[in-house]
Design a protein around this ligand. Structure first.
Ligand SMILES: NC(=O)c1ccc[n+]([C@@H]2O[C@H](COP(=O)([O-])OP(=O)(O)OC[C@H]3O[C@@H](n4cnc5c(N)ncnc54)[C@H](O)[C@@H]3O)[C@@H](O)[C@H]2O)c1
Length: 299
């Protein structure tokens, strides 16, 4: 486990998968609850009861950043519901077992979030099973590398927007009536460093991530007066199934190209999700955090 944090260490680029990707097939396994130490080792996240009595709905919660968030939330005292695609049932059940191992509830909901009605059902099922909702983490995403706009089909363009931004709109819209019922509710939207650097081989995805930052700002201005905070996170490269299933060998072999010389682990993004969901970030709304290994961004 410790080698994956070492500067310059790269995972084997030959482990390509088909989308949406499976965490249980990744080598090395992504770190969900372990965090890097100064000496390139790791230590388990230390919880402090920051989310006691909270209930969170996390899309894409079966794997990667979503799973790490579900686990850290559980360690902080929250019950969670995770949404995922049918192909990801094994990863979802692994997440459920790990959350339950931390003494919290984990509700598993299969749904295709590119469809508005499925988003509505996912919210309804989560609220019914958890008994209410204080935290929405819009984290699901689709991406597929296409080097040129000529190769980027209208079908892919549509699908990426349907999952990455329509899905976030629908989830927020259906969750807000429930979030308004409690004090200190939060929405966290997963953006990406790619919006800030203008990544050229993920044009559709990069465009949706820019839309997510704008959506976060506008929605924050709409609901901050109701006591609901809305923020975004824009991670740099993180070792997750999305990467293995969509980036190709060439990109995987450059996966350590950050100023820190290494990719991030899902746990290092999940700590931001804990911060933004908890009262530690009580004076922050409409903002974006940048856990990206040191890349400078503006805007
Ligand atoms: N891994 C990275 O390098 C990186 C970098 C920046 C941002 N992000 C963002 O982090 C978030 C989580 O991704 P991850 O890297 O942890 O990968 P991941 O593969 O673990 O998670 C992506 C999830 O999206 C969900 N999803 C995709 N299409 C869906 C659909 N139609 N309906 C329902 N769910 C669907 C899947 O359940 C999948 O688990 C995404 O928003 C991604 O854009 C990741």
């Amino acid at each position: 486990m410790s080698t994956q944090y070492q500067k310059g260490h790269l995972p084997d680029p030959n482990q390509e998968q088909q989308p949406p990707g499976a965490q249980h097939q990744m080598d090395p396994a992504p770190a969900s609850t372990k965090l890097p130490t100064e000496d390139s080792g790791y230590q388990t996240y230390r919880a402090a009861g920051k989310l006691e009595h909270k209930r969170a709905l996390i899309t894409g919660g079966d794997s990667g950043i979503g799973r790490a968030t579900a686990l850290l939330y559980a360690m902080e005292g929250a019950d969670v519901a995770i949404v995922y695609l049918p192909e990801e049932e094994k990863d979802a059940q692994d997440t459920r077992k790990q959350v339950e191992g931390k003494g919290r509830k984990c509700v598993c909901i299969q749904a295709d979030l590119s469809k508005g009605e499925e988003c509505r059902r996912a919210v309804d099922e989560a609220v019914k099973a958890l008994g209410g909702l204080e935290i929405l983490v819009n984290n699901a995403a689709y991406q597929m590398v296409q080097n040129s706009i000529d190769e980027l089909s209208e079908e892919q363009w549509d699908h990426t927007f349907k999952v990455n931004i329509y899905g976030y709109y629908h989830m927020a819209k259906y969750a807000l009536p429930h979030l308004r019922r409690t004090k200190g509710a939060t929405i966290i939207n997963m953006a990406s460093v790619n919006h800030y650097i203008g990544r050229s081989d993920l044009l559709d995805y990069t465009s949706t991530k820019g839309a997510i930052v704008a959506f976060t700002r506008g929605l924050s201005n709409q609901v901050v007066g109701d006591g609901i905070r809305v923020n975004a996170i824009a991670p740099g490269p993180v070792w997750t199934p999305l990467v293995v299933a969509t980036m190709g060998k060439e990109n995987l072999s450059q996966f350590n190209a950050t100023p820190m010389g290494r990719p991030g682990q899902p746990s290092e993004i999940a700590t931001c999700c804990v911060f933004l969901a908890s009262q530690d970030s009580s004076f922050i709304s409409g903002q974006t955090l940048h856990p990206n290994g040191g890349t400078m961004v503006n805007g």
